[in-house]
Write a protein that binds this ligand. Sequence first.
Ligand SMILES: Nc1ncnc2c1ncn2[C@@H]1O[C@H](COP(=O)(O)OP(=O)(O)OP(=O)(O)O)[C@@H](O)[C@H]1O
Ligand SMILES: [Mg+2]
Length: 400
Amino acid sequence: MLKDFSLPLAFYNRDTWLKVAFFAVSVVMAGFSLYFTDGLVTKLEEREKQQIELYAETIRYALTSDNNADINFFFERIKKINENNTIPVIWKDGSGHLNSINIPIQESLPTEQKQEILQQKLLEIVAENNKPIEMDMGFQKEYIYYGNSKLLKLLRYYPLSQLLVVLIIGFLGYIFLSYSRRAEQNRVWVGLAKETAHQLGTPLSSLTAWVELLRNEPHINPDIVVELSKDIQRLETITTRFSNIGSTPVLKLEDIEAVIQSFISYLKIRISSKVTIEIHSSLAANQTANLNKYLFEWVIENICKNGVDAMGGHGQLRIELKEGKNNVIHIDISDTGKGILPSNTSKIFSPGFSTKKRGWGLGLTLAKRIIENYHQGKLILKATEINKGSTFRITLPKPA
Ligand SMILES: Nc1ncnc2c1ncn2[C@@H]1O[C@H](COP(=O)(O)OP(=O)(O)OP(=O)(O)O)[C@@H](O)[C@H]1O
Ligand SMILES: [Mg+2]
C-alpha cells in the first residue's frame, strides 16, 4: 500500500501525465504524417500513370502514323518531361526491339548487349508491380512498362524515416523526463536532510550544555544524567547521518567486519531480546571497504529493523560477510520472518511503499540510495519465501 507521501507521489503523477501526453502527441504526429504522405503517394502514382498513358498514346501514334515530322517533335517534348520525372520506361516496338527512357545505359555498348541489359531491367520494372499500359496498334497489341520515379520511391520510404525521427524524439524525451525527475528528487532529499540536520543542531548543542550543568548538580540522580547523555548521543548520530546525506559524504577505508560488529552490539540492546543476531565472516582479517560509517550503519539499521518487524520481534537475524566474484564484498542479511509477497517484491524499494501501520516506506529507499549513490555498490532483495524469511544483499566494491 502506498502511503500518503505526497511530495514524491506528486512528482510521479505529473511525470506520468507528461509521459502520456508526450506519447499521445508523438502518435498523433506520426499518424497525421503517415496519412498525409499516403495521400501524396497515391496522387503521385496516379499522375505518373497518366503521364505514361499520354506517353504511350504518343508512341502508338508515332508508330502508326505517316506524319513523322510533326509527331517526332511532340514525342521529343514528352520524352523531355518524362526525363525530368525520372520514371523508367521500356517498350517494345513493332520489330521486337526494346526502347527505353530514364534507364542509365552506356551508349557506346554494342546493340545486342544493350538489349540484354534492357531485358534485365524490364524484369526489375515488372517486379515494381505497375500494370503495363496497352497500346493498340491496330494489327497487334504492344505494351509499355514503367517503374516508379525516384521521387515516388523516396516518398514511400519517407514515413519510415519520419517514424524513426518520432521514435528518437520520444526516446530522448523519456530519458530527459526520467533524468529531471531523478534530479528533482535528489534536490528534495538533499535539501530536507540538510535542513533537518541544521534544525536539530541548535537545540542539541544547548541540550549538551544543560546536561553538563546537571552533571555538576549534587541533588540530581546521576543515572538520569547518564540516560540523558545516551539520548543526546542518539540525537547526535541522527544529526550526523542527516548532515552526511545532505552534503557529499566522505568515504574512508574502514574495517568492514569491525564496523558491523560494533554497530550490531549497539543495536542488539535496542531491539527485542527474543531476536538473536549472528555475524559470520569469511573475509580476510581486517578486510577494509570505502565507507561512510554513519550512513552505512543507517543502512544496516534499516535492513535489520525491517527483519525484526517481519519476525514480529521473535526470530533470528544472520549477517554473512563474504567475497564475491569481480572484486566485491557481499553482506547478506537474512531474517526468519514472514517473507515478501511476489507481487510486492518489485515495490519495496519505491518511496512510500509500506505494508506497516506506522511505516513511511522510506527505509529501503534510503538504504538503496546510500549504497548505490554514495558507495558505488548494490542493494538487492536476494531471496524471500513466505513464512520462511528474506535475505537482502549489499554488494560493495573491494578497495583497490
Ligand atoms: N525483511 C523483510 N521482510 C518482509 N517484508 C519486508 C522486509 N523488508 C522490507 N519489507 C517490506 O518492504 C516494505 C518497505 O520497507 P521500508 O523499510 O522501505 O519501509 P517501512 O519499513 O515500511 O517503513 P520505514 O522504514 O520508512 O519506517 C515494508 O513495509 C515491508 O512490507
Ligand atoms: Mg523499514
